[in-house]
Design a binder for this molecule. Structure first.
Ligand code: NAD
Ligand code: TYD
Length: 357
């Protein structure tokens, strides 16, 4: 059997593919990994799989219908796990067009290809096929301090071009199930962190900037809250929903780890003070408040009781264990960090942070 993964060279997708082959329940099953290798995709994340016949990497775009049709008819997957997306809120503010293209049009194109392919299947193959859409808690908008965390029934109130494009893709997936019976499941997960996280996002940016002695830019007052989940816990949640989730349902996935951004920055500094002390003093000296993100959502938090109740899923890592592993990973992988900090990465830093000074 085979699954088709989109976006499997990105942060979560590459962790998912690596974890897939580590889990005894799935390790025999091949993965066709379709990824356009945008700035966020990195084939090096999958170097442990080079020469492994179970992993078939295809460089290509989910907006290309002919390529999707070809891959589906050639490999005949029993499921599609759809990660491919533009994923960074700040980039969506600077340039929303590509978010609409990949996240909305790309998901539409993939759904249509999946529908045509699924209609060619018969019997058990048709009944067991799954389209798993990987989405985000950001579609629900922003919580006030005393609000309960997001349940699956929370209204959609996306506030950024990124979250609006993901919300649109969630709606398409829902409609393809409702109208065409396409067997879909959707997961809406909170902020992930861990190995292979591209250092434009908060946690890896703080780690790599601190190690380089650069400012640690905290937007606004630093009191915005995110609910952090270690990436391999997200991967195990997706495997659980793919295997046992109810058709047409959405499952919220989170780590029960609400933290303010300023506390994330301080925690990273304290860990680095322990693991890589700097003669110049504590890394906390580098924390710098900068101009806020426009439309910045104040708080996200996930109510993950449905996935626990129905599928028995719970995160394996606490924030304390996960953030320690993450900092240690970045200390051990300075070569990886050096290679992703290309000219394009430096241009992004100039674009996003010069305007905040
Ligand atoms: P990422 O930006 O690290 O990776 C995205 C991957 O998709 C890259 O490998 C990129 O090359 C690929 N890609 C982009 N456009 C493509 C296209 N048109 N065709 C084929 N491939 C394309 O993103 P991530 O953080 O790994 O997120 C993966 C998914 O999980 C996204 O759908 C995102 O919305 C969702 N998600 C992310 C988080 C998070 O905290 N990072 C949380 C919840 C949900
Ligand atoms: P990010 O990692 O971009 O994820 P998201 O916006 O999807 O939640 O940002 C996490 C939080 O960190 C968010 O509240 C914005 C904030 N942030 C900073 O304070 N400084 C930074 O340099 C970055 C990239 C993010």
């Amino acid at each position: 059997m085979t699954i088709l993964v989109t976006g499997g060279a990105g942060f979560i997708g590459s962790n998912f593919v690596l974890e897939w082959f580590k889990d005894a329940a799935t390790s025999d099953e091949a993965v066709v990994n379709l990824d356009a290798l945008t700035y966020a995709g990195n084939a090096e994340n999958l170097s442990a799989l080079s020469g492994d016949a179970r992993h078939i990497f295809v460089r290509g775009d989910i907006c290309e219908r002919a390529l999707l049709d070809h891959l589906l008819s050639e490999h005949r997957p029993r499921a599609i796990v759809h990660f491919a997306a533009e994923s960074h809120v700040d980039r969506s503010i600077h340039g929303p067009g590509v978010f609409i293209k990949t996240n909305v049009e790309g998901t539409f194109t993939l759904l249509e290809a999946a529908r045509d392919y699924w209609n060619t299947l018969g019997g058990d193959d048709k009944a067991k096929f799954r389209f798993h859409h990987v989405s985000t808690d950001e579609v629900y908008g922003s919580l006030k301090p005393a609000d309960p965390p997001f349940a699956e029934t929370h209204p959609y109130e996306p506030n950024s071009p990124y979250s609006a494009s993901k919300a649109a893709s969630d709606h398409l997936v829902r409609a393809w199930h409702h109208t065409y019976d396409l067997p879909v499941v959707t997961t809406n997960c909170s902020n992930n962190y861990g190995p292979y996280h591209f250092p434009e996002k908060l946690i890896p940016l703080m780690i790599v900037n601190a190690l380089a002695g650069k400012p640690l830019p905290v937007y606004g007052d630093g009191q915005q809250i995110r609910d952090w989940l270690y990436v391999t816990d997200h991967c195990s949640a997706i495997r659980a929903v793919l295997a046992r989730g109810r058709l047409g349902e959405t499952y919220n996935v989170g780590g029960w780890n609400e933290k303010a951004n300023i506390d994330i920055a301080r925690t990273i500094c304290v860990l680095l003070d322990e693991l890589r002390p700097d003669a110049a003093g504590s890394y906390t000296r580098l924390i710098t408040y900068v101009k806020d993100r426009p439309g910045h959502d104040r708080r996200y938090a996930i109510d993950a009781r449905k996935i626990e109740r129905e599928l028995g899923w719970r995160p394996a890592e606490t924030f304390e264990t996960g953030i320690r592993k993450t900092v240690a990973w970045y200390l051990e992988h300075s070569d990886w960090v050096g290679r992703v900090q290309s000219g394009a990465y430096r241009e992004w830093l100039a674009k996003n942070y010069e305007i905040r000074q």
